[in-house]
Design a protein around this ligand. Sequence first.
Ligand SMILES: [Mg+2]
Length: 261
Amino acid sequence: MASVSIPVCTTALLLDIEGTTTPITFVKDILFPYIREHLEDHLSAHWEEDECKQDVHLLKKQIEEDMRQNRACCVHAVDQTVHTDEEKAIREVVDNVLWQMAADRKSTALKQLQGHMWRAAYSSGKIKGEIYQDVVPSIKSWRERGLKVYIYSSGSVEAQKLLFGYSVEGDVLDLFDGHFDTNIGAKVDGKSYERIAERIGCQPEEITFLTDITREAKAAEEARVNVVVVVRPGNMELTEEEKAHYNLITSFSQLQLMGRV
Ligand SMILES: [Mg+2]
């Protein structure tokens, strides 16, 4: 694939994570299975601690809310005979969390518990954030040439910092000038990119956004942000029309910073 020149006026690069800096399978094959496999042990080990109590409290409030809304919800019958109370309670939480994950729920309660479990997994070295090999050297070279580099991902800023703070390449957080998540708006909404430009302190035209998802690329274009679509193994196939319309790269090293000193 040929190299792609970014506009000379670019002062900031905005990077998506999944399918762009990181294999799209990382969340599905590493992060989510980790929760499913370690949930019961995590709850048993931390059950009496404040943070865990708060996580469980939030889950219970979510269950109550689901029942009020009459949503199908996993609040299963309790076995009265063999378990102690704590075991029963943990089992119920496990069943509810697994049910929420299977249903791909995005509840705050679920995200908070997952976030705490991932933080422990990253900081103990059980999980390392995956980054494509071309990412770190390319970002370093862009920064050396005066560009600012930001992350914009649907994953929370906290989750982004874990991924890059405990990555396969070590702590690479100092490569980034800032992080954005959906608190600034959805990635498929053009307004989000205008807000990001405002926060960075530049014009949308001065930003080049790298993503694998064309719906996000389209939204960024609507905000007059320059877009490059990243093609990585396992990413969603692009249509012929999309391939013709967008500048495509398969590696960050293909981005050319023309006319820069
Ligand atoms: Mg992506």
